[in-house]
Design a protein around this ligand. Structure first.
Ligand code: AMP
Ligand code: MG
Length: 329
């Protein structure tokens, strides 16, 4: 079976990163540091990127990693204490970690898109992580522009969606042509998951960002109204949204630009892992014009606008409705 070695390495690395993130949150050391682009980052974002990049460098030394973070901020004179905090948490996962090694591992994640590369969001949904809500540690493997493997570590999601107060923490694992499985982060047997195609009940609902500024909430509402969705939307941070469609808890994730003509483009690491997890569970992912996501052009999805991720069955109807709404706007 192709990609077994990649899958095992990625599962171990994302699991270690999830342990690091959860330890930091438990110990109340998850505080926001403001990046130059004014978005928040925490010591956990840096620690998770270090842990995963170290594992990938050891197993696949020739593969570039295109990750969200770099160590510039941590290397500032006023950040010495934060850097040693990061190194101490990384040490719990990799025993020979020290501040110098940690900054080098983080910066191993500043590679360029190549015929084969990994893309990493060490914490997708940092705002959710800070709020005590959902977040995802997301790692994808791309070859010749095609997603081959996606791992999402989701420490705050219930292992069994029918038991919302039960054990939390799963890995979603999607491998091209091999389906999608869910594994409890604490260990256990993988279980195959697939989308739901029922056209009523809770499965037939939208899932969208908690942060309304990250999408076009009014247009998303209009689209689902026209589609006849009656259940209220689920609101969740991060790529976890792809996972909840993949296991049948929702039918549609819309991330439409606001305004529609916005020149901003999505980051590859914000969608790679989630997209293959959903596709391999039977869903479909395109941009708002129905174009496949193009992961071959650099760190942004420059050839795509907006995201439509669905259970597959409703995708054509959604595209037609979105087209109608775009025309009317
Ligand atoms: P979500 O929790 O789905 O809203 O996604 C979190 C992601 O939203 C982060 O990884 C950011 O890359 C992205 N993001 C941050 N600000 C914006 C924005 N103004 N518009 C769209 N996406 C954003
Ligand atoms: Mg992100």
């Amino acid at each position: 079976m192709p990609y077994q070695h990649e899958k095992q390495v990625a599962i171990r690395a994302v699991t270690a990163a999830a342990q690091l993130c959860e330890q930091i949150r438990r110990e109340q050391n998850a505080l926001a540091i403001t990046k130059p682009d004014r978005s928040p980052v925490t010591i956990a974002d840096f620690g998770a990127q270090a842990v995963i990049c170290q594992a990938l460098a050891a197993a696949f030394p020739h593969d570039p990693v295109v990750g969200e973070e770099d160590s510039a901020l941590l290397q500032r004179a006023d950040m010495t204490e934060r850097l040693s905090q990061v190194a101490n948490y990384v040490k719990n996962q990799i025993s020979d970690a020290n501040p110098e090694a940690v900054t080098a591992w983080i910066d191993r994640g500043n590679g360029k898109v190549a015929p084969r590369y990994w893309t990493l969001d060490p914490i997708d949904g940092t705002k959710g992580y800070l709020r005590g809500d959902q977040y995802a540690i997301a790692l994808g493997l791309v070859e010749e522009g095609d997603l081959k493997l996606g791992i999402m570590g989701c420490p705050a999601i219930p292992v069994d969606p029918t038991q919302p107060d039960g054990e939390r923490g799963v890995l979603f694992v999607g491998v091209r042509n091999q389906g999608t499985t869910v594994i409890p982060l604490a260990g256990g047997e993988p279980r195959q998951i697939c989308v739901s195609n029922t056209s009523n009940g809770d499965a037939h609902r939208l899932v969208e960002s908690v942060e309304s500024a990250h999408g076009n909430t009014s247009l998303q509402q209009e689209v689902t109204r026209l589609l006849g969705f009656t259940a209220p939307p689920l609101r969740m941070d991060s790529m976890v949204k792809y996972g909840v469609i993949a296991w049948g808890e929702a039918a549609l994730y819309l991330r439409l630009p606001s305004p529609l003509s916005s020149p901003k483009r999505q980051n590859i690491w914000d969608h790679a892992a989630g997209a293959i997890v959903l596709e391999e569970a039977g869903g479909r992912v395109t941009d708002m014009y129905g174009r496949r996501l193009d992961f071959s052009c650099g760190s942004k999805l420059v050839n795509n606008q907006g995201i439509i991720a669905s259970n597959g069955a409703i995708h054509e109807a959604v595209l037609a409705t979105v087209k109608q709404c775009i025309k009317a706007n």
